[in-house]
Design a protein around this ligand. Structure first.
Ligand SMILES: [Ca+2]
Length: 189
């Protein structure tokens, strides 16, 4: 019976997650039922493999990087529901803002930056950019063309001339990009 209780969220948990993420109680319940359906062992946490089975993620070329981001705040290789919700909160549209800073433009940009920064050292190197370009376009473009795209991108974005892209460079490069439109998911109410 112990496992069954994990199928229900307590009201305090819903209130706490609502405050942290800005999701409505309805959205939290829906996402919780999604979470538990992915949790095949009923242990209250998800593994990388569980997350990889989300169809919307599985088709994304950056799937592995996105799944990796779920584990940024986790000390082991499992994520609990609150950690899961904190990551999803970055994808709430800005106009739905309900006292949560997780979906601000800055947080969305930080999230995107971390996708590229494979070794977490705070800058995007030419090789990191090249790896991500590879994941995104696959075999559709030749290696030479990818290298030239990566080098040109760094040349244009790198304002401190260190041959790498800092978070500040990254924000400036995306200054005129509609980050909210590109990094939002419409969650059902
Ligand atoms: Ca890096």
């Amino acid at each position: 019976m112990g496992n069954k209780s994990s199928l229900f969220l307590r009201n305090e948990e819903i209130a706490q997650i609502q405050e942290e993420t800005g999701f409505t109680p309805n959205q939290i319940e829906r996402l919780y039922s999604r979470f538990t359906s992915l949790d095949r062992n009923d242990c209250g946490t998800l593994s990388r493999e569980d997350l990889m089975r989300i169809p919307e993620l599985a088709i994304n070329p950056l799937c592995e990087r996105i799944v990796h981001s779920f584990f940024a705040e986790s000390n082991d290789d499992r994520v609990n529901f609150r950690q899961f919700m904190n990551v999803l909160a970055h994808f709430r549209p800005l106009r739905d803002n309900k006292q949560s800073k997780l979906n601000s433009r800055e947080e969305k940009l930080k999230f995107a930056f971390k996708m590229y920064d494979l070794d977490d050292d705070g800058v995007i190197s030419r090789d990191e950019l090249l790896s991500i370009l590879h994941m995104m376009v696959g075999a559709n473009i030749s290696q030479d063309q990818l290298v030239s795209i990566a080098e040109r991108t760094i040349l244009e974005a790198d304002l401190c001339c260190q041959g790498k892209i800092s978070f500040e460079d990254f924000c400036k490069a995306l200054d005129r990009t509609d980050v909210d439109q590109k990094m939002s998911i419409r969650f059902l109410n």
